[in-house]
Design a protein around this ligand. Structure first.
Ligand code: FCB
Length: 472
């Protein structure tokens, strides 16, 4: 129920949070028995990450978590989404458990709860133990069992205090970028390994849900998907086809089997060799919400240079852009929220939404103010679109801003900043930005703004429709 009041109110009990992930903020990569992850390897490989940046120190959250949680309390969020580093818990990914790693997450959990904030915990935000990658990683079906064992260890230790668990973050991103495009760890461009990884991650999700359902009292479970319109950059048959295929890979490869029990048609053909009897039922387990990460639409094109024949294209001339160059179309965010409500029938939790800026921006001025007006504008528009979608019937129960802190941005290293809190990577000093104060106000019931842009040119609207209707 949307409570109507002046300025536009939010649903009762709405979850307001902020998100981070382990490798992006923790640092302390060699401390207290942590094993190596595939991102340690990727960031030490020449050309693996921009400027040779690594997560060795990152925001040093491993030592400064109490200060960071105090900042969150000041911000006024009622929820915090963080992820657990598998290599801290099981340094080689299997067997031996590292008590000191678990102790860290114990401390984090207790401190969050003491601050009156509810933990939302993700079991896997891309930092697979390197020892498992040495055995094939997600291309090896055994990874399903290793993941279930890891989930069991975490559930037994933290399940008495944490009930909200995501099995995975952005399943199509780490499989596509890691196994097909070679952009992310483990840096592969291997068609067969990519297909296998899709199916095995789906199986691991199902196994994780079973473990958590069994061990966590009153569990509230889901996976966090990246789901966004894949728009052909121009209305040609090749681009329409590419958009269709990208939509299957990016948006449908995980939600469809997890919620509906089948793969979309094109992928089903490619995955057939790897699907064993009973697998689809193992994947399709009831969950409590759809976790959505959404930043903007993808404009795409056909390209022989990439493994599956689709690639990222250009956004239309004069497209409104965020400072990081991503196109801003809040209207398509609203459409996505309505579409997901209808298609999958569970509440949507927006697990990430936010705005990145490049090197040199978001710098504190002489008085220590960080005037990130681009981020405030972006968040204003996207939350206004979310509000509109809720009023139209979208079942959205929560919203998390990515991110609390500027952090290690995967392949871009420290070049891009997403935080509502500025981090000086020399001194590690934290400075809340204008967006921090803006978000605080919004949570307290501040006015809902209007969004002004985000109209797709008619030609591309038509092309998008064609791509969604086209068969393979
Ligand atoms: C998402 C990731 C998150 C962060 C943001 C900017 O794809 O889940 O870790 O990198 O993008």
């Amino acid at each position: 129920m949307v409570a109507k009041s002046k300025g536009g109110a939010w649903p009762k009990g709405f979850v307001w949070g902020t998100s981070t992930s382990s490798y992006q903020i923790e640092g302390a990569v060699n401390e207290d028995g942590r094993g190596q992850s595939i991102w340690d390897t990727q960031s030490k490989r020449i050309g693996g990450v921009a400027n040779g940046d690594t997560g060795d120190v990152a925001c040093d959250h491993y030592h400064r978590y109490a200060d960071d949680i105090a900042l969150m309390k000041k911000l006024g969020v009622n929820a915090y989404r963080f992820s657990i580093a598998w290599p801290r818990v099981q340094p080689t990914g299997r067997g031996a458990v590292n008590e000191k790693g678990l102790d860290f997450y114990d401390r984090v959990t207790d401190t969050i709860l003491e601050a009156g904030i509810e933990p939302w915990t993700c079991l896997y935000h891309w930092d697979l133990p390197q020892a498992l990658q040495d055995r094939g990683g997600w291309a090896n079906r055994d990874c399903v069992g290793w993941y279930a064992d890891y989930a069991t260890v975490v559930a037994r230790r933290l399940g008495d205090r944490i009930r909200n668990f995501a099995t995975f973050n952005e399943l199509s991103v780490f499989t596509l970028f890691g196994y097909a495009f070679g952009w992310h760890a483990p840096g592969l461009k291997d068609r067969e390994a990519h297909f296998k990884s899709i199916h095995h991650v789906n199986l691991a999700h199902g196994a994780g849900v079973d473990v958590l359902r069994d061990l966590v009292p009153n569990a509230s479970l889901g996976a966090v998907h990246n789901y966004t319109p894949a728009v052909p950059e121009a209305d040609t048959p090749e681009n329409v086809r590419a958009a269709h295929d990208l939509h299957e890979h990016w948006n449908l490869a995980f939600p469809e089997p997890q919620f509906l029990g089948y793969y979309p048609p094109g992928l089903a053909r490619d995955l057939e060799p790897y699907v064993q009897a009973g697998d689809m039922a193992r994947i399709c387990r009831p969950v409590d919400w759809f976790g959505l990460n959404h930043y903007g639409p993808i404009f795409c094109k056909a390209s022989e240079d990439y493994l599956h024949g689709f690639a990222w294209g250009d956004s239309p001339d004069k497209a409104p852009n965020a400072a990081c160059g991503w196109a801003i179309y809040p209207e398509m965010f609203a459409d996505t929220l309505l579409e997901l409500t209808e298609r999958y029938g569970v509440p949507v939790i927006v697990a990430e939404n936010g705005c990145g800026t490049g090197t040199g921006s978001d710098v504190p001025d002489k008085k220590g103010r960080v005037a990130d007006s681009h981020r405030v504008d972006y968040l204003n528009q996207y939350t206004a679109a979310m509000h509109e979608a809720i009023c139209k019937g979208a079942n959205v129960k929560g919203y998390f801003v990515w991110s609390l802190l500027d952090n290690f941005e995967w392949g871009l290293g420290y070049m891009q900043r997403y935080g509502m809190v500025h981090v000086d990577f020399e001194t590690l000093k934290r400075t809340p930005k204008d967006s921090f104060h803006w978000y605080s106000k919004l949570i307290k019931g501040g006015p809902v703004g209007k969004y002004k842009n985000g109209k797709l040119p008619a030609e591309l609207k038509g092309a998008l429709k064609k791509s969604l209707q086209s068969g393979t």
